[in-house]
Write a protein that binds this ligand. Structure first.
Ligand code: PLP
Length: 451
């Protein structure tokens, strides 16, 4: 399916003006309407228009029979905030609506989303085949922590389909990639990868952190599962860590042993048989989230809801500023190369999957003219005045990182190049400031490296 619409009959929720029955029944509400209304109707008791923060650990059961039903998953309701919470549920329903998902499980962070999504699918001895263009933390999760659980990962060039095919073995249980690779900025060719995953009967998980559901909805391309760090553009203001697992409802999880087999902790319940296309998410919540405790706090859910309410407006502005900055740097004599998919040469996949723009995070290479690139990188960072030097992306403020003097400082120049990075490489996350002020800041810091 080639997605071209921002409305979704399957998941659109009516605006909630307090009289939901009068609020446009049968209408497919647009993305912006759902950003503001999906997942919440005003509180019946208080009339609270904003989603309230339910800052509680636990919920009083109506009676003992109801309590027993909740614990057997025969009724769906609130038990304990490690498993579910009304504020978090509003966030889950809203982001599920925006991503065109059948449901969502919110988590404590983007890393927690990856952990619970994969732990629900995998057993010891299983293997992951993943794109080599991944966030460093994800790579460490796969190569370090998962190895302790006897799960192995192999990494392939993201758009080399033959390499994906060759890496799949009888033990492979999942394929994994990023819509826009961090930090390389490469756009994943999702459609053929979905076909390959289907041919092998494997679920594909896409990390959609850099794109957000506004720029790309991998579920519309029939990707079975999406994970997303909500810490970045979803929250959008650098205040709250969170994540989410989203299921498109397209994958038959009765074929995956780890999901389909009878559950020991629910009297032999088979999640996909019992809950249909909600089976994978129910198992993720009722078992993996329950047992790992990787849950989102209600306060952070509230913050992330505030971010969702302005998502498209902010992301459009992020993209406009990023395009302007990338074009400016591309022409700058102190810049060797800019890896932004919005520049000519990188265009085809970006236009296919990210027609509203390829995000606002990219790297560029300094051309320091005599100075060692690593030293030039430090000089550049030290002279910036507006860009904040820190290890995050997707804030309303513009951010900068020089991997060679921070995250990768222990690597030699040669080792950096071997891992696809370089000593003069700078990563930018472009914020919402006045465009001309950003260009001024970059120009004056680039000027400093020529002194
Ligand atoms: N995925 C990507 C692409 C990221 O860039 C990050 C963090 O930078 C994560 C996942 C992890 O998200 P979090 O920091 O919310 O755990």
């Amino acid at each position: 399916m080639s997605p071209d619409s921002d409305t979704s009959p399957a998941s659109s929720s009516p605006p909630s003006n307090g009289t939901p029955s009068a609020a446009g029944a049968g209408r497919d509400f647009g993305f912006e309407t759902r950003m503001l209304h999906a997942g919440h109707i005003p509180d019946a008791e208080t009339g609270s228009r904003a989603v309230p923060i339910h800052q509680t650990t636990s919920y009083v059961f109506d009676d003992t029979n109801y309590a027993a039903q909740l614990f057997e998953l025969k009724a769906y309701g609130n038990i304990y905030t490690r498993i579910n919470n009304p504020t978090t549920a509003a966030f889950e329903e809203r982001i599920a609506s925006l991503a065109n998902a059948v449901g969502a499980v919110a988590t404590a962070s983007g890393m927690a989303a990856e952990l619970v999504a994969l732990m629900t699918l995998l057993e010891p001895g299983d293997e992951i085949v993943a794109s080599a263009h991944l966030y460093g933390g994800t790579r460490t999760l796969f190569t370090n922590t998962f190895q302790k659980l006897s799960v192995e990962a192999s990494f392939v060039e993201p758009n080399d389909l033959d390499a994906w095919d060759a890496a799949i073995t009888d033990d492979t249980k999942v394929l994994y990639g990023e819509t826009i690779g961090n930090p390389q900025g490469s756009v994943l060719d999702i459609e053929p990868l979905v076909e390959l995953a289907d041919a092998h009967g494997l679920p594909l998980i896409i990390d959609n952190t850099f794109a957000t559901p506004y720029l790309c909805r991998p579920l519309d391309w029939d990707v079975p599962l999406v994970v997303q760090s909500a810490t970045k553009f979803i929250g959008g203001h650098g205040t709250s860590i969170g994540g989410v697992v989203l299921d498109g409802g397209s994958f038959d999880f009765t074929t995956i042993d780890a999901v389909a087999e009878p559950s020991d902790s629910y009297h032999g319940l088979k999640f996909p048989d019992t809950f249909g296309h909600q089976g994978y998410l129910m198992k993720t919540r009722a078992e993996t989230l329950r047992d790992t405790g990787a849950s989102l706090s209600p306060f952070n859910a509230f913050q992330l809801i505030q971010g969702l309410e302005t998502l498209s407006v902010r992301v459009e502005r992020h993209v406009d500023n990023a395009q302007a900055v990338a074009e400016h740097l591309h022409e700058h004599p102190r810049v060797e190369r800019v890896a932004y998919p919005g520049l000519p040469g990188n265009h085809a996949l970006a236009q296919k999957y990210l027609p509203k723009g390829p995000g606002a995070i990219f790297t560029f290479e300094l051309s320091p003219d005599g100075q060692a690139p690593r030293a030039a990188g430090k000089t550049f960072i030290e002279n910036l005045q507006l860009f904040s030097h820190l290890a995050n992306v997707g804030d309303a403020r513009s951010l900068v990182l020089h991997p060679a003097s921070t995250t990768h400082q222990q690597l030699s120049d040669e080792e950096m190049r071997a891992s696809g990075l370089s000593p003069g490489m700078i990563r930018l996350s472009i914020g919402l400031e006045d465009t001309n002020d950003l260009l001024w800041d970059l120009d004056q810091a680039l000027h400093a490296i020529s002194q």
